[in-house]
Design a binder for this molecule. Sequence first.
Ligand code: 3HC
Length: 691
Amino acid sequence: MPVHQDIIGRILVLRVDNPPVNALSKIERRGLIEGIARGASDDVDAIVLTGAGASFIAGADIREFGKPPEPPHLPEVVETIEASAKPVIAAIAGQALGGGLEVALACHYRLAEAGARFGLPETTLGIVPGAGGTQRLPRLIDPMLAADMVATGKSLDAASALRTGLIDWIADQPIDVAALGHARSLAGQPLDERRLSERNVEPSPDAIEDLALLKAETVKKSRGAIAPGVAIDLVAKALQSPYDVGVAEERARFLELRSGSQAAALRHIFFAEREAAKGPAEAPRSIERVGVIGAGTMGAGIAMSVADAGIPVVLVEQTEAALGAGLDRIARAYGEAVARNRLSNDVADERRNSITGATGYDLLANADLIIEAAFETMDVKDAIFKSLDAIARSDAILATNTSYLDIDAIAAVTSRPSQVLGLHYFSPANVMKLLEIVRGRETDPTVLATALAFARRTGKVPVVAGVCHGFIGNRMLRAYNREAGLLLLEGATPSQIDTALTDFGMAMGPFAVADLSGIDIGHKGRQAMEPGAYEPAAFRVHDGLVSCGFLGRKTAVGFYRYASGKVDGENADVADIVAAARKEFAVSPRSIDPEEIVERCIFAAAAEGLQIVKEGIAARPGDVDVVYVNGYGFPRHRGGPIFYLRETGEAGLAAIRRYAAGPFGRWWPDVGHPGAIEPPGIGKSTDKDAA
Ligand code: 3HC
């Protein structure tokens, strides 16, 4: 039974039971309405509404969003709860999210376990709350906090929820016991004034003004995602309109957004991330001690990301000086987190102290996992892996953070190739969510399962990749950058290309990224590649800038000029370098519109992604999308390059065929044929009314 009914004394306990997170599908919605009806009978004085297992209710069942409507809908459920003549107490352990929080808000009292969390993450799915969340929350807590919660999807912990008035009590004994105690004490009492929906709030002009400012900021940050701005409008509506008016508007906007392409894209990426995190059936080993080799930017970031998950780390460098610099970098980063109120002093100290520095490998003898993040050459990796093989426990996992090198070749220098894999972090490693887990030819399934579990424990979004130059993400990036470089040659300027792509929603344009990471880095990488492995014309301007000493931000001149760390216009010298490259490759410039810029760059990444799937380097198109969204600044609300290409259908494939027939078209993989893109899968919304 999805909503269990138990009478304990004169208290009715309704327990939602839909593992793993008690999402509300139509069966639970119906069960809740039946449960509240049961509570009307004379043998019940009060009702406790709770969840089975570790979660209260994690929201509406997202899987239903793509299916035909099935009543009762959630607004009916929350109205039924609120209208109950018997007091209803929400007893919340774990997550009260989305529709789950809306159910809790409709209850007359809220009791929570200390570890509970509360949030309205709907905007992360491209929608807004659809059952009163945007109207009840600002009536209950500070409207600015409510607006921030609905716009960002950020959740509150129980202590903050209590402080802000979102909940009434934190349980100081097991939640079921505490809930029964509160229910008994409320039995027979008239409901207090918490039936907030009936109350109009007095609009505060200050809050309306602040909300307008928050909306402007949010829209700017959202890179084209619609839902966050709409959510703030709805909070403003709550402050200015009667509940019924606000809630009708909320429902209309929910339905409109739910059937839109952004919601479909965000649902796709939600499920794709979870799919990508699944691995072999083997039980993962436990990872309790980690070693990191190299205390540069990458190694220090990796060490912090592991320490942040409560796992002790030994950080190894070759010299005291290099180690000191790495530990200083870590101390500074934690110091900044404290200064920005992201961490308390105590927590920052605890994490920093869990990182032990060393200049030899002795302390690694007991590590369960050792991650190498040293210099990116095969000689260096060979030497390190040979030494690690000699010192590490025989069952320890040895990982390399290489971005490009052959993991099978690295594994082959050890006596345990089955224990070796790639853990490709993205910079800054303690912030960026993506972790490419690169399985070698001989990587043991248990090792892979362990790496996936470790990734999730350290808060990463893992994707498994096979061995090839650049794995999934950097291989796609090469195709994307290739088209950007060619567009430069064919007539667009760096800022036209960057603007077209940031208008599309990319976090940064390719030339701004090149300046940030250092144009010389890619240049060195290309020098190490086989001739013929890349298109020289696409990177001739980059190479020209490097020979002039224009390396990007670090020299204050690259594709752009920089003053005090900010862009101060284009670098006028680029035009001469471009002119020389055009001459060399016999390209006549033409005018290029933003649509072509976006198509060329994004479809190039998508086409490479499809090829990567075809070769078995990625298991599924969704994995490719997860990589580009989480590691390369692709706008999440567009679902990833392959999802985006799919949405364009035959027109997208026709464009790929056209580009493949162009002067440098030999680089496009053969994916421009019908059937290359699968039909849209999960996440494609067709109906108008569910949840
Ligand atoms: N609907 C359907 N399935 C859901 C779900 C939901 N709301 N939330 C989680 N799941 C599924 C996941 O797909 C996954 O399934 P799988 O095992 O088959 O892959 C399983 O539950 C476990 O999820 P996670 O792997 O994410 O487990 P975690 O423990 O890491 O996280 C969580 C739990 C924090 C609850 C996380 O799953 C989450 O954030 N869920 C989404 C919450 C959400 O967005 N709720 C709002 C929904 S929209 C809504 O309520 C509209 C309303 O206003 C009308």
